[in-house]
Structure formats: C-alpha cells, structure tokens
Design a binder for this molecule. Sequence first.
Ligand code: ADP
Length: 550
Amino acid sequence: MLGLMQDRPLLISSLIDYASAFHGDTEIVSRLPEGHVRRSSWRQVGEVSKQVANALTEFGVHQGDRIATLAWNSDRHLALYFGVSGSGAVMHTVNPRLFPEQIAYIINHAEDRILFFDITFAPLVSRLAPELDSVEAFVVMTDREHMPDVPGIAADKLLCWDEFIGRQSTHFDWPEFDERSASSLCYTSGTTGNPKGVLYSHRSTMLHTLMAAARDANDVHSGSVILLVVPMFHANAWGTPYTAAMVGATLVLPGPHLDGESVYELMKSEGVNQSQGVPTVWMMLFSYLDEHPEIDPHELGLRIAGTGGAALPLSMIERFERDFGAQAMQGWGMTETSPLCVIGRLLPKHERLSDSEKHQIMLKQGRGICGVELKIVDDDGNRLPWDGKAFGEVWVRGPWIASGYFKGEGGDKLDAEGFFPTGDVATIDPDGYLQLVDRAKDVIKSGGEWVSSIDLENAATGHPAVAEAAVIGVPHPKWQERPLLLVVLRKGQSATREEILDYLAGEVAKWWLPDDVVFVDELPHTATGKILKLELRRQYRDHKLPGVSS
Ligand code: ADP
C-alpha cells in the first residue's frame, strides 16, 4: 500500500525560491575578480537566477544540456548554480586549476554548449577556444566596462554577462521534472588518466543538502555567516551554496583573492562566524598572521573552521582554538560522494575529556551521517570489524553516492552490494569514527607493515618550525619502502634534520621514523589543494637514504 502524501519532486529550484521568499534580505557578499566588493542578497540572487533561466531558454538550451563555468566564488556563479539547474540544464563547474589540455578535454567530453567565465580566465579561454567544438557562446561574467579582449573568439560568440543576462526578465516559472534528472556535473582531477565526470541529480543534491546542514553535520543555520573559500568548482563547494540557501545563511564569497591578508580582511569586515576551505588555505592565513603578531584573531568571532579534502593537522586544531577561539572540524568525502560522508564532531560523552583527548578524536575524519553506509574491507572484499585497529579500503553506499561516471568512463564501479570504492584506506572505531590511514595508492609498505603517511605528516606539522609536511615511500633494499619526510619551514624559522627527527621520536613508533628529512621551498599541490604525492614519488624515486649503500 502506498502512502497518501503528495509526490512532489525534490528540485534545486525550490531552494532558491525558499531563500528569496523567506531570507530575501540576507546578504551575499562577493569580492569580485574586478577587485571590488559587491553586496547582493538571496532575493537578488533569486532574480538573477531567473534571468539566467530566461537567457538559456531564449538561447535554445534544452533540459539536460550542459552549461560550463570557469569561475571563482561570486554571486553570479551562485545565480548560475540555481538558474542553470533550476531550468533543467546541467551546471558543469570546470576546475580552472587543471592543466589547459585537461580543461579542453573536459569541456569537449561534456559537450558544453555555453561557457561562462570570469575575466581572470580570458587568456586561458582565448587559447582554448579553437579546440572547444561544442561551445556556441562564451559569456564573460562582467559588465561592458570591464569586458576583456578575448582574441580567438568570433565577435558574435563573445557575450557580456550584463547584456546576455542583465536585460532578461526576473520572472520565470521553474519547470517541474523527474527529480532523478541530472543537475550538475563535476570532473574529478584524476591524478592518472583522464578526468572523469560525476553527474549529480536534483534528488541526490537535495538529500545531501538536507543532511549537510544538520547540527551534527555542518551546523549551518540562518545565523551563519559563512566564508566559502572552497571553490564552487570543487565538488559543488561541498554543497554549501545549496545548504546556505536552504537555511538562509549569509554567504561571503572571496572570488580569486585567497591570500592570507584578503581572507582575513573579509572575515573581519563581514563578521564571518563559519568558514570552509582546504587546510592549505588556512596555512596561508596562519602565515599572514605570523607576519602580523599585532593582530588578535579573537576579534573575528569565528566559531567553526571547517576543513576537508585533506587531513586536518593537530597543530591547526590547536591554533584555531587558541588564537581564534574557534573549533576546527573536518569532513571526509570525495567528488563522487557529493561530497559529505563523515564529519569529525565530538559526542556528548566526550565533553568531560581533556583538551588533548578531545583533539585526538577530532583528528579522526569523523562519523558517518545518516544516509551514507560505510564498510571497510580486506583485499578479498571481506568486511573488517569496527575496532579502530583493522584497516582496509573504504566503500560507501547511499542516495548521494555516484553509481558510475559520466558516459560510462571507468566502467562499472559498484560491488555486488552496490557500494562504491573510495580508494581510501581507513579504520573505523566502535563509535563509528572513521580514521584515514592513507590513499590506497599512497600507502607506504615497510617490511610488510603499513606506515601511515597521514599520521606522520600530522606529527611533523606539530613541530613549531614546520609549515607543511609530506611523507612518501622511497625504495629500500631491505624493507621494500621507507618513509621520506619533505618539509616546508615556516617563514623566518629554522630546524635541522636531527631536530625534526628527535621531535618525531617522541610522537610516533620508532619504526615509523622517516629515514631522511628533506627541506623544500614548497610542495606541489593538485588542482584541489592536495599534496601531489605522485609527483613527489617521481622526483624522489632515486633519493639515496642515509645508511643505504648503492
Ligand atoms: P579530487 O578530485 O582531487 O580527488 P576530491 O575532493 O574528490 O578531489 O578528493 C577526495 C579525496 O580527498 C578523498 O578520497 C581523500 O583521499 C581526500 N580527503 C578528503 N577529505 C579528507 C580528510 N578530511 N582527511 C584526509 N583526506 C581527505
């Protein structure tokens, strides 16, 4: 027997309608690529999203057509999120930090019909345009006054946002369609092989949004003033554009200005109380503060510093707590999982623990959120116990987890039970806290045992002189592989190899101690802010470890 409740489709357009109607005055603040700050509101973003829908309709865009963006976080990008998906087309956010060849591949693979881009990317688009066969119009997200020169694009194909969108009506009736229809598309960076497209649906996005806002998840509500540093081209900015609309939170969008000073100034001027970004961004903020000891970050009133995409180091948890009075918190997931799967929050029973005991729990990636099923398995696919010790590959299942990639790339991904392989190796403890050991492809196998690069990196960044650390396995004649530690020192600080190793000796098991320490000026990062281990392994393949005769 079926229930007798209304069968209304879960559509993204309902989010912007809600935000416009019930939180219309709530501000959306954008620092634009042009340099200035623009103040908008949910009402205005709602109106612009309808102008977007009208422009697409007039252009002849049909349901399911892909519309690309190469853009920073801004109110215009936000209006595209709702206008494109709301009208039934597919919002394809392209990561501009990828190699140009990958960007061209992605746009061609997706067969995008229109490309919206920020002025910053005019040289890139100019260079790529001749290869982008499917793109019928290139829309620069700016006004006439700031229109850049974009050689290589025919004048009738190069449009200005203000003219293409701005002259449209702000009235539009959102269409109703199957909630399982595609809503947005995001390609994973793919450290090997071509990037693969993750195709989200309205239903998956709406369910993820409902869960992500919860008190025990991101804790987002109408009083939240969120600095969204995670780019809108990275896994839908972790879903926050949607969650913010659902609860009517204020969004502060930094555009391309992600250096420590700009981030700090924006946090201060806008009264930001929550922030979201990968750990590298907070490291940039910290080095700015190191250079300006006269600043007291307590003045910000930051409550929650959300991170994800890479492990949250202990030193960062401590610093946010000590210097900002804020709680750092990490989520774990991937583009393929919308992305939220687990979130690192304490349970009520942890309240009575000491600070350092609490920090040990916060170092774990976190507990599952309702809707995501987790399992860790051994090499034969057998489930492993949740005892906090056994580790194996993490597989996930749920209504916002990918079932495969766009156009069938990569083949069937799911196992017989319908779980998706994450490529991450972790333990899960009896409380359900998942703790990442490594990416399966980054694990260091020493004498048949595993050394966790994540734990070692975490320990190394606890040294006061260390700004960033990476650990990779390098070949060893006796142990197959041994850990090599690469260190970036904090500005103005110094440390020797021996000092770092002495410090680590007090933090990790003896046989985990890196065989060597190399000081570098910077570490290579992927387009989504992760340390590029593949590149490091290539560079240090022939590194001669002390005590090993050649
Ligand atoms: P990419 O497209 O570069 O793979 P994703 O954001 O999809 O970008 O990357 C997902 C991966 O990032 C995860 O599989 C995991 O290895 C890593 N990751 C995400 N969150 C965390 C976290 N909190 N701690 C450690 N690693 C994380």
